[in-house]
Design a protein around this ligand. Structure first.
Ligand code: FUB
Length: 438
């Protein structure tokens, strides 16, 4: 069994761990780049490896949500391997993806290696390198990080990037070639460091960014034009001793506005040793009437309210969760992403599950070389379970079978907890998906 430390309210590092933050717990994620497309939030992130000491970054991940509390993992959607010309052993830094005319363009910095672009017909990939070389090739290649694409209302696209300066260049309509010179922005906001995120809202242009280190918060500037001048307006998230790093991603979704960033809260809950293992956080933000943004002191404890519900009568992927403790996720070509490394007392929480007029049965698609149970709890994982589903050995960790159980009839909207129990110290089972029936 792998050594695991359960996150507790009071931690080794002596600070109080958020109950619902960061939003991803099964992997270390950084540099959030949310994209709203067809009613879904696609959250692309960079990926700090589990054994990273300093930056160790090889690929990029995707998560989706339709309710802003439960996130479904889609695993690695692009990697350094997609750029045959790039260094392969590290440097997959902060990406951003944008849609244009039904194609998805992912702008990828390889630290010290310039900025490349990948293209796909789907937000889930596969993403391909159409150029076979850098899109951005400059004489300041080590500064060429954190690209953010933006398409203005007149159709002109721009790519911005850079640490410690802000650069931008016009993109042609094909989104994979540039027009004109690279410009170094002359009115960089006073505490700009890196991680630009450019967008337009209600006629105002915004440049959000990670403020100077350390600690880093999220600052922002506004302008009447996509090319500046940019006027510093304040902090969206205050710099806090709780985190030395940050990186903004900002969207509007289902009538609310959100700012994503990252922190070291998850790794700090496990050890007081510093490692570059970051985790994406997110909070609702409020715009004032003049377009300025109200400042958040730090990432809040509870996180945002759900803006939708989960339908439990359709197959739900096990890797859809609001919170988990102890478990990890893996992906293979036969199963896709599934939840693994499940031991006694580990659990998954799914919020805002709408049982409607009632569910009476539960089914789980699981695989195991041992055996265990899934206790189903609603609203509080320490209350009595509404049902217990026994998972017997299926003869292989990737040999999947459906297991069913009756549950106490459950109606309405609830948070659901799957608490895994077993009598062995070893891993109990892998979980691919679940569903309730009436
Ligand atoms: O994740 C690697 C680098 O750290 C990013 O490119 C920066 O924005 C900072 O978050």
């Amino acid at each position: 069994m792998k050594f695991k430390i359960i996150i507790s309210v009071f931690t080794i590092a002596g600070f109080i761990c958020n109950a619902q933050k960061p939003i991803i717990q099964t992997k270390y994620t950084a540099d959030p780049a949310p994209m709203v497309y067809n009613d879904t939030v696609y959250l692309y992130t960079s990926h700090d490896e589990d054994d990273a000491k300093g930056f160790k970054m090889l690929n990029w991940l995707l998560y989706t949500s339709t309710d802003m509390v439960n996130w479904t993992e889609h695993g690695v959607v692009a990697s350094l391997k997609d750029f045959s010309w790039a260094r392969q052993d590290n440097g997959a830094w902060a990406i951003q993806t944008i849609e244009r005319n039904g194609k998805f363009y992912m702008y990828c910095p390889m630290h010290g290696g310039g900025i490349g672009v990948l293209v796909s017909d789907s937000p889930y990939g596969p993403f391909k390198d159409p150029l076979g070389k850098r899109l951005i090739d400059s004489d300041h290649i080590w500064n060429d990080i954190d690209p953010t694409p933006f398409i203005d209302d007149d159709g002109q696209a721009y790519l911005y990037w850079g640490n410690p300066d802000i650069y931008y260049v016009k993109l042609n309509e094909d989104m994979i070639s540039t027009s004109g010179d690279i410009i170094k922005e002359s009115t960089k906001p006073a505490n700009y460091q890196e991680g630009p995120w450019v967008y337009k809202r209600d006629g105002h242009y915004y440049l959000a960014y990670a403020s100077t280190c350390c600690p880093e918060g999220i600052g922002y500037a506004m302008s009447d034009s996509p090319t500046g001048p940019w006027e510093y307006k304040g902090m969206i998230v205050e710099a806090s001793d709780k985190t030395r790093g940050n990186h903004p991603g900002i969207i509007d979704y289902k009538g609310k506005s959100y700012c994503f960033g990252h922190s070291y809260d998850l790794i700090k809950s496990k050890t007081s040793t510093f490692y570059e293992r970051r985790s994406v956080d997110m909070d609702e933000i409020i715009y004032n009437e003049d377009g300025t943004i109200q400042t958040l002191p730090y990432w809040s404890n509870g996180g945002p309210e759900p803006v939708d519900t989960i339908n439990p009568f359709k197959r739900v992927e096990a890797e859809t969760m609001a919170w988990s403790e102890g478990v990890k996720s893996e992906k293979n070509t036969e199963t896709g992403v599934y939840v693994t490394d499940i031991n006694n007392k580990d659990f998954i929480e799914i919020q805002s599950v709408d049982f409607g007029k009632g569910a009476k049965k539960f089914e789980a698609i699981a695989a195991s070389m041992n055996s265990g149970t899934i206790e189903i709890h609603i609203d509080n994982k320490d209350d009595a379970p509404i049902g217990i589903c026994r998972i017997n050995s299926t003869g292989g960790w990737n040999t999947w079978k459906t297991f069913t159980t009756k549950i106490k009839k459950t109606k309405g909207v609830h948070d659901v907890f799957f608490v895994f129990k077993g009598t062995t110290e070893d891993e109990l089972l892998n979980l691919d998906a679940w569903k309730f029936n009436n």
